[in-house]
Design a protein around this ligand. Structure first.
Ligand code: SF4
Length: 795
């Protein structure tokens, strides 16, 4: 079996541009500090933690100003997740602990300028993890890493644009460049960016959606005619049943807990379907409600079903089969009128579900028939049901099937297209949905390209471009030679870390538009450039004065965002200004677009979006209304824009047993001190794990079977199509997770995720179902110097 050197690589792979840089995060594992997992989310610890980060990074005055502006109708949008704000009334503190951490990270007083880069070589920086790099501060100047150089050096904006332009214009074809987008980018910047990229001549526009909710988009598009969720925030106030599946809102979308708490208080039931019990779904103390803080808070999920990792298809099939059996004596369970009027494929789906064998459904899901029946009873007795999910469903080989089985259940009950009912995929990055809406996609619709052509007078490329996985492959094989990233931390966000590093290093140029330093700046092409961008918190002044930008949240509301802080450096540029500068340098007189004019007044960009993208009528007026405006949403309005005009029941096979003897199914997870690849701190407070992120959470029985003990140092090996990938020196931790399952933190364990292991149809990497084996590692866990033996005593 071929082996890659996951944990022991030491960094150099001998490629032209490695510069002695470590591709993988350092392995200096120390003993984690362990405490019992929390059973309540929010409360005073959330207030303390949020304020500690905000005040610690920005100071009392700046923190106060920022927090009062955060998520207000005239303020700036949280750069964290895409959970919506209330349409009308906003409280004084309209944010969560992690929102406070997100702005602390951006508004920090620390700086990473030319002196920093002259002190540290890229090789030295690569010995540090993303947490350390992020804590160094905000990037202040454009920087360049010349071929063979060991250190980044300052470069002027014009010179940087000219350098990028000369590399782009020297390519054999526009398709040899890749233009990545992270979900922080505003609608205005994203529209301008895709316009430049398409006028340049390629659809190579991969984005972070390829890594997270692509499966939701595909699944919902095929069945309901729109690749977005159907519910609004207000629907949570009308639902009778809310099923939260494959999602940990307490950490990843904390303000969702307020909506769940309100729902419970008026009598709705909440069900949690997830391999791990998460504090946020057990009990919640609202940090802004004094009575909650004095009491014990509100119990949320009344039913917890610990499904096996990627056991959701057999589980949902089991629930459907139970409902169909119940319907034999209670025919009203099947919403016959709705099904006849609005759907297709019901009879075939019903036959397939009835034929699914019970023993396989129970064994593969890990939930017994009583558990399935418990959820089926709740579904049967509810008219208004919301299913909410996140990456626990979208990052598996059969991720699209997961979501389509949810759609089947909602259609069975006619629970869509009416208040309090529908689909709720919760997006992880604040404008990942909006970027897609305004054209960031490698597979644009023909109608969108036609509009670009008539509006701007150039012929946009029609061939599909590369998504994230295909881009990595393209770079590794030498087909893609320039990599440009509008935000994000590509190396840490993607699977197969070593292969991704090799891919980036084999390019002629890597360019990152960034606010903070990260590992992607270090694993670079032959030449590398960092372009420092304004953050959401900062005032954006262009030729016509102060600008606002807009974003779209998870529920299709487009609203404005305006920063209030003075930019931390005069050298920063806004993302629209950076795109315009790049386009002018690259396309020059051959462009049909007046770039300087657009960058000088974002209202003009919005006028163009209005002309190209349906649903943005009177964009400039409506985006200035408090709370913004809703985009059209067919399924919400009871309209299904599929080919037949009907919502579709879809049939999926019962998955085969994925594990062989001795194997475990590994999922990657985020800690509570983390937002995507940004690590705010080292405390995963709700799970009771601190100081060390190289841990693997395992069931006690699985530890015992392998003669391992909690606290022992282990190596993890994933085996995919005959190739082994190894992550060394993780600490095994006894945790309540289903048998034959284990969990590790993203991105430390990404080295184990094969690039070729992807979701069918959506091509999203299967970060959450990796088959691994766990074996003792050599050596022992050094105790952290601060612990004085305390941690050792816990094991
Ligand atoms: S719930 Fe999400 S968007 Fe809202 S404040 Fe928290 S991190 Fe920001």
């Amino acid at each position: 079996m071929e082996q890659t050197r996951g944990g022991t690589l030491g960094g150099t792979d001998g490629s032209e541009a490695d510069r002695g840089v470590d591709a993988l995060t350092p392995e200096e594992t120390v003993a984690p500090a362990l405490a019992p997992a929390a059973t309540t989310a929010g409360g005073i610890p959330a207030i303390v933690s949020g304020l500690r980060h905000a005040v610690g990074e920005t100071g009392l005055y700046r923190a106060g100003r920022l927090l009062l502006d955060l998520n207000q109708t005239e303020g700036f949008d949280c750069p964290g997740c895409a959970w919506p704000d209330p349409d009308h009334h906003r409280s004084v503190a309209e944010f969560c602990e992690n929102g406070a951490k997100a702005i602390a990270e951006e508004a920090t007083r620390r700086r990473v300028g030319p002196e920093f880069f002259s002190r540290w070589s890229v090789a030295e920086l690569s010995r540090h993890n993303d947490y350390w790099l992020g804590k160094q501060g905000r990037l202040t100047h454009p920087m360049v890493l010349h071929p063979g150089a060991s250190h980044y050096q300052p470069i002027g904006w014009d010179e940087a644009f000219a350098l990028v332009a000369s590399e782009l214009n020297a390519l054999g074809a526009p398709d040899e460049a890749v233009f990545y987008t992270s979900g922080r980018t505003s609608n205005e910047a994203a529209f301008l960016y895709q316009l430049f990229v398409r006028e340049f001549g390629t659809n190579n526009l991969p984005d972070c959606s390829n890594l997270c909710h692509e499966s939701s988009g595909v699944a919902l598009g095929e069945t309901l005619g729109l690749g977005k969720g159907s519910v609004t925030l207000e629907d949570f106030d009308h639902a009778q049943l809310i099923v939260v599946e494959g999602q940990n809102p307490g950490t990843n979308h904390p303000r969702m807990l307020s909506a769940l708490q309100r729902a419970v208080k008026r009598g709705a039931r909440i069900v949690s379907v997830n391999p791990l019990p998460e504090a946020g779904l057990i009990r919640f103390q609202h940090p802004q409600h004094p009575l909650d803080l004095l009491g014990k808070g509100t119990p949320l999920a009344s039913l917890f079903l610990p499904v096996r990792i990627n056991g959701d298809v057999p589980f949902l099939l089991g629930v459907a089969k139970t409902l169909l059996e119940m319907a034999e004596s209670r025919p009203e369970i099947v919403a016959r009128d709705f099904i006849a009027a609005h759907t297709e494929g019901f009879e075939a789906w019903q036959s397939a579900v009835r034929a699914a064998p019970w023993d396989a459904l129970v064994a593969r899901s890990g939930i017994d028939r009583a558990g399935m029946r418990a959820l089926a009873e709740l579904i049967a007795s509810s008219e208004r049901i919301i299913f909410s999910w996140a990456m626990g469903l979208t990052q598996h080989r059969n991720a699209v099937d997961n979501i389509q089985e949810i759609v089947n259940l909602l259609l069975l009950r006619g629970s869509i297209g009416k208040p309090g009912a529908g689909t709720c995929p919760v997006r992880g990055h604040s404008n990942v949905q909006g970027d897609r809406t305004v054209g960031i996609t490698e597979r644009p619709a023909a109608a969108f390209l036609d509009k670009l052509k008539t509006t701007f007078g150039f012929e946009p490329p029609r061939a599909p471009g590369l998504d994230v996985v295909e881009s990595i492959r393209g770079m590794a094989e030498g087909r893609a030679k320039v990599f440009f990233a509008m935000g994000g931390n590509f190396l840490s966000a993607t699977p197969d870390t070593e292969l991704t590093a090799r891919a980036l290093r084999s390019t002629r140029l890597t360019v990152h538009v960034s606010t903070k330093l990260n590992r992607s700046h270090l694993v670079a092409g032959r030449t590398a450039i960092i372009l420092p961008a304004l953050g959401r918190t900062e005032v954006d002044v262009q030729a016509t004065g102060r600008q606002l930008v807009s974003v779209e949240n998870s529920m299709g509301v487009v609203h404005q965002s305006r920063g209030s802080l003075h930019p931390i450096s005069e050298e920063l540029r806004s993302e629209p200004a950076i795109v315009a500068g790049l386009a002018l340098a690259t396309l020059g007189a051959r462009s049909k677009v007046d770039w300087a004019n657009l960058a000088g007044d974002y209202d003009r960009i919005r006028e163009l979006i209005e002309r190209v993208v349906p649903g943005f009528e009177q964009y400039n007026r409506r985006v200035r209304e408090p709370g913004g405006f809703y985009l059209p949403n067919g399924p919400r309005e009871g309209r299904f824009d599929t080919r037949s005009g009907r919502a579709r029941f879809t049939i999926h096979p019962v998955p085969e047993e994925p594990l062989g003897p001795g194997q475990l199914m590994m999922t990657t997870i985020r800690s509570h001190d983390q937002f995507n690849t940004t690590i705010y701190g080292l405390e995963d407070r709700y799970r009771g794990i601190g100081r060390e992120r190289r841990v693997v959470l395992m069931n006690a029985e699985d530890l015992r079977q392998r003669s391992l003990r909690s606290g022992q140092l282990v190596d993890l090996t994933s085996d995919f199509r005959g190739k082994a990938r190894i992550a060394r020196r993780f600490v095994a931790v006894d945790y309540p997770i289903p048998r034959r399952c284990c969990a590790t933190y993203f991105p430390e364990a990404n080295v184990l995720v094969p690039l070729d292991a992807v979701a069918e149809k959506s091509n999203t990497p299967a970060f959450k179902s990796v088959v691994v084996t766990v074996a003792p590692s050599e050596g022992s866990v050094p105790v952290h110097p601060d612990l004085h033996g305390e941690a050792a005593a816990r094991f």
